[in-house]
Design a protein around this ligand. Structure first.
Ligand code: BYC
Length: 475
């Protein structure tokens, strides 16, 4: 079960050949996927041979192989972590029952909705990143972008497999619709807000892979607890790939900071204009990008009180992050959790039923994890002797979803009036001028071992290759 069969048109470890109808249906979807990739996937990359890792097994010790491949020939496939025949549901009303190998009728609509929402984010991110290859700061970074892109494509495959196998005709229709919605499209946008935003430059890409891919980590971890075993097993394997995406973001921002700090030290200045004139990105701009990506990403966890979230949990569809490590009763009835609301112009906490607050619980877990990485960024500044520190804004800052939506708030958590917001929002969120400046730095640098002037080289290469390795061969 766990070896991947690469001799088939669709590589898989789910014995696709044993289900001819499913195999034919997925082989019917495959050319549509390739057409989608050609139309809205990485711009101008068709002839490139890219040093990519491809999953060859689900054994954590040796799951991937590296080699130069053309992206449209990447072996996108269907890989589930090994199953455990004795697995039990370990939270919610079905706790203690056997995990489900098929979809129970009463949970069908909700499960489909969760799988479609998850699936929708994957192609969305490829669409958002499609032009970035044209302005890559190095061949190393170009390769990382493409690695992220092909794996998001594979994550789409993971969800499409579940839709085709377990949801019949509706599932096949949803799988088609996943290729039809498009990021930012006025008439047929992607489902969740952050996936309709632009990723216009590489600073935005690094912030996206740091923050928004981390939403992926937390949502996939919650789904990896699911009573619906095929969803749990496929999301567990997706998490293996996701780790690299967050690494790209975290190390990317670190390298931008390292270069900025170097320029600040060379010029003995913290003046943004002087830093910019020297071709580096000033810390104010980096902070504003951080504020934006952090706030749109925490919206992805949904409303702070949600009856959907309660139903998803109680019915065993979606657990909490690291559900198995928690020591409560895993049913959560009668328990409460604190959420925020505005009363008399002040933010106040109130206790609400925990089950309804599970989006907030997951958001708070995400926040802890995000803050830790921002601390690692600050150590780059500290080591360089720079006094400025990056901070994540208050969680009510710039929110569009839930009870905090639309509140005018400074990043430090002060509720502000419309006048102050209007006067100061350019200090807090990226301005058109910031975008224009960052865009002005984006020129393609693709000679092996060379890096754009606004970013430091990485500490080491990919898969123990040297930094000046030919990660991409241009056809
Ligand atoms: N934007 O009751 P609520 C990843 C909607 S990222 C727009 O709170 P619920 C990746 C909501 O749909 C991980 N709309 O909803 C990262 C609902 O709409 P309807 C993606 C939003 O269901 C980088 C209404 O508002 N995976 O993998 O409790 C690169 C009421 O809200 C938003 C998942 O999200 C928003 N931000 O929670 C590539 C996991 N937020 O039904 C990939 C699956 C909420 O009233 N999804 N709405 O029309 C879920 O678990 C849930 O759908 C959500 C929403 C947590 C997202």
């Amino acid at each position: 079960m766990s070896t991947i069969n690469y001799s088939e048109k669709i590589p898989n470890n789910v014995d696709l050949a044993g289900d001819r109808t499913l195999q034919r249906a997925l082989e019917g979807w495959q050319p549509n996927f390739i057409r989608w990739w050609d139309e809205v996937g990485p711009d101008g990359s068709t002839n490139y041979d890219v040093y990519l890792r491809t999953a060859v097994s689900v054994d954590p010790k040796g799951w991937a192989e590296f080699g130069h491949v053309k992206m449209r020939d990447y072996r996108w496939g269907i890989f589930l972590n090994p199953g455990d025949a004795d697995r039990e549901v370990h939270f919610g009303d079905h706790k203690g029952e056997k995990a489900w190998q098929d979809v129970p009728g009463e949970h069908r609509a909700n499960l489909r909705r969760i799988i479609v929402t998850q699936g929708d984010t994957e192609p969305a991110s490829v669409e958002q990143q499609r032009h970035l290859g044209l302005t890559a700061p190095s061949m190393y970074d170009l390769r990382n972008l493409f690695q992220v892109n092909v794996e998001e494509g594979r994550h789409l495959w993971a969800m499409v497999y579940l839709l085709h196998k377990h949801f019949g005709r509706d599932g096949r229709e949803e799988a088609e619709a996943l290729l039809q919605r498009q990021s930012g499209d006025q008439n047929n946008p992607r489902i969740l807000g952050a996936f309709n935003e632009k990723t216009p430059d590489w600073l935005a890409f690094f912030m996206f892979t740091y923050f928004t891919d981390r939403d992926g980590k937390f949502q996939l971890s919650a789904l990896a607890e699911s009573a619906f075993d095929p969803l749990a097993r496929t999301t567990k394997f997706m998490l293996t790939e996701e780790a690299h995406h967050m690494f790209v973001g975290e190390s990317g921002v670190s390298r931008v900071l390292a270069r900025t700090a170097q320029v600040m030290n060379e010029l003995q200045t913290d003046d943004a204009q002087k830093v910019r004139a020297a071709g580096a990105i000033d810390l104010g701009t980096i902070q504003r990008y951080l504020n934006f990506h952090y706030s749109v990403t925490i919206d992805l966890f949904g409303a702070d009180q949600s009856s959907n979230a309660a139903i998803f949990y109680s019915s065993g569809l979606k657990g909490r992050y690291e559900e198995g490590k928690r020591t409560d009763d895993h049913v959560l009835k009668g328990q409460t959790y604190k959420v925020l609301e505005v009363k008399d112009g002040q933010l106040v906490e109130k206790d609400v039923p925990m089950l309804n607050a599970l989006n907030e619980v997951l958001r708070d877990d995400f926040i802890k994890d995000s803050v830790a990485g921002v601390g690692r960024w600050n150590r780059v500044l500290e080591k360089a002797g720079i006094a400025t520190r990056l901070v994540v804004p208050h969680k009510a800052f710039n929110r569009q979803i839930g009870a905090l939506a639309g509140i005018r708030m400074a990043p430090d958590g002060r509720v502000v009036n419309e006048t102050e917001w209007a006067a100061r929002k350019n200090e807090w969120l990226p301005t058109p001028e910031d975008f224009a400046f960052v865009a002005s730095l984006m020129g393609q640098v693709i000679e092996p071992g060379k890096f754009a002037g606004w970013i430091a080289p990485p500490v080491m290469g990919i898969n123990r290759q040297p930094i000046d390795f030919e990660y991409v061969r241009f056809g």
